[in-house]
Design a protein around this ligand. Structure first.
Ligand code: MEV
Length: 433
């Protein structure tokens, strides 16, 4: 669906102030959702157990997660509605707020570098690694053509398929060698897990016959350093002290693994909700990102922010492998709806958008952490959860929220026990003498 920039700017206007029905009506008026989609969402989403039974085993129900949309995103000059399925308060709000800031003061650019995913074929202990390597390299083109002809022919038709074969030697630590064959494959718009695993298992026999060695296992690698998604944010005309503080916070995450872990969690706060909403394998992406984050031996930030004196420039670079065909993506009705809202037409585009949102989420966190601190914004939004946790009824909630906001402003901290006490006080002051 074509998403016109002007229309989306009107969608974004005051979206967070609308109630649920108004939000849905606005999405419908702009042609982003139809009446069937609205019915589906209003009825609580997917309820059909037969689908759940197809996805996993021993089904006993569904786990419902709220899905919201982050607004104000303009990526590579195009406006996007970002669907996010997530349970944590303030992620959607922070993403939208930070995207608005960038919309006013800068831009977001993205790119994909490389197309291939990686499959691994292991020979746990080879008799002669040099000979194994020579034999396989001599037959490389034959093996690639064979895999493309027999297994990956569908991908080849779409411009993808197996493109490369490499052999790595791994020291077993007992004086002998392990050999690992890497198969590179362009999965086009699929995430590619099933097809690369099939290719690797198919190649097991020819490799054993050609080399006389024993193949011990075959599986894809989640450390896909051959297909890197990059996002870049450039902000101009912002206060120099803020730019410097954010760059300092970024240096902290580049140099200290304790901080890097939390920084990267904040980046994934932006990425995972999109992966979940679109039915993608977020565990695979998490594994790939964390492995890539420690590729030089130390765990580091996957984002970097620099203050040039005039501009704040942020960069994200990591594997972010997703698909828009196959798997749950095209079967789960909510994932289909999320894809329709997002309007990404290729796996590459979905990956670039997710990387951009991760980088923006990181900027939002660093901005909050280096200025007002995380508690203020986070807790303001978290107060509603506290009122529910304390057991407030619908009518009591607005009064309790007001009371808790006063406590937060005064003490700069707030907890569930504050909410419980404030509710007790509210009830006793309202009860007849
Ligand atoms: C909380 O979910 C995420 C943050 O901790 C990220 C960060 O510290 O950069 C705020």
């Amino acid at each position: 669906m074509a998403q016109n920039s002007r229309e989306l700017a009107s969608l974004f206007q005051g979206f967070s102030k609308l109630n649920l029905s108004e939000r849905l009506a606005r999405l419908q008026n702009l042609g982003l959702l139809n009446s069937e989609d609205l019915d589906f969402l209003k009825k609580g989403g997917m309820r059909d157990f037969s689908l759940g039974e197809k996805f996993i085993e021993n089904v006993i129900g569904y786990f419902q997660m709220p899905m919201g949309i982050a607004t104000n995103f303009r990526i590579d000059g195009r406006d996007y509605v970002i669907p996010m399925a997530v349970e944590e308060t303030s992620i959607v709000a922070a993403a939208s707020k930070t995207a608005k800031w960038i919309r006013e003061k800068g831009e977001i650019q993205t790119e994909l570098v490389g197309h291939e995913i990686i499959g691994q074929i292991q020979c746990a202990k080879v008799k002669n690694f040099a000979q194994f390597q020579t034999q396989l390299m001599a037959q490389k083109t034959y093996l690639i053509d064979l895999a493309n002809r027999e297994v990956a022919f569908g991908l080849v038709k779409r411009g993808g398929g197996v493109t490369q074969l490499e052999v790595r030697e791994i020291d077993r630590g007992d004086g002998s060698s392990m050999a690992v064959v890497h198969i590179m494959m362009n999965p086009c718009d699929a995430m590619g897990a099933n097809i690369i695993n099939q290719v690797c298992e198919f190649l097991k026999e020819p490799i054993e016959q050609l080399t006389g060695e024993k193949v011990t296992m075959c599986i894809l690698s989640n450390l896909v350093d051959t297909r890197i998604t990059k996002a870049r944010v450039i902000l101009s005309d912002i206060p120099a002290d803020l730019g410097m503080k954010i760059a300092e916070a970024s240096l902290f995450a580049q140099r200290d693994p304790y901080r890097a872990a939390t920084n990267n969690k904040g980046v994934l706060n932006g990425i995972d909700p999109i992966l979940i909403a679109t039915g993608n394998d977020w565990r695979a992406v998490e594994a790939g990102i964390h492995a890539f984050a420690c590729r030089d031996g130390a765990y580091r930030s996957i984002t970097k922010w620099e203050w040039t004196g005039k501009q704040l420039i942020g960069e994200f670079a990591a594997p972010l492998i997703v698909g828009i065909v196959g798997g749950v993506t095209t079967l789960h009705p909510t994932a289909k709806l999320a894809m329709k809202l997002l309007g990404a037409t290729s796996a590459e585009e979905l990956s670039r958008v997710a990387a951009a949102v991760g980088l923006v989420q990181n900027l939002g966190a660093l901005r909050a952490l280096t200025t007002e601190g995380i508690i203020e914004g986070h807790m303001k939004l978290h107060i509603k959860n506290l009122t529910l946790g304390a057991g407030a009824h619908e009518k009591e909630i607005p009064l309790l929220i007001k009371k808790l906001e006063e406590i937060l402003a005064l003490r700069k901290r707030i907890s569930l026990s504050n909410a419980v006490d404030a509710l007790k006080e509210l009830r006793s002051s309202n009860s007849p003498p």
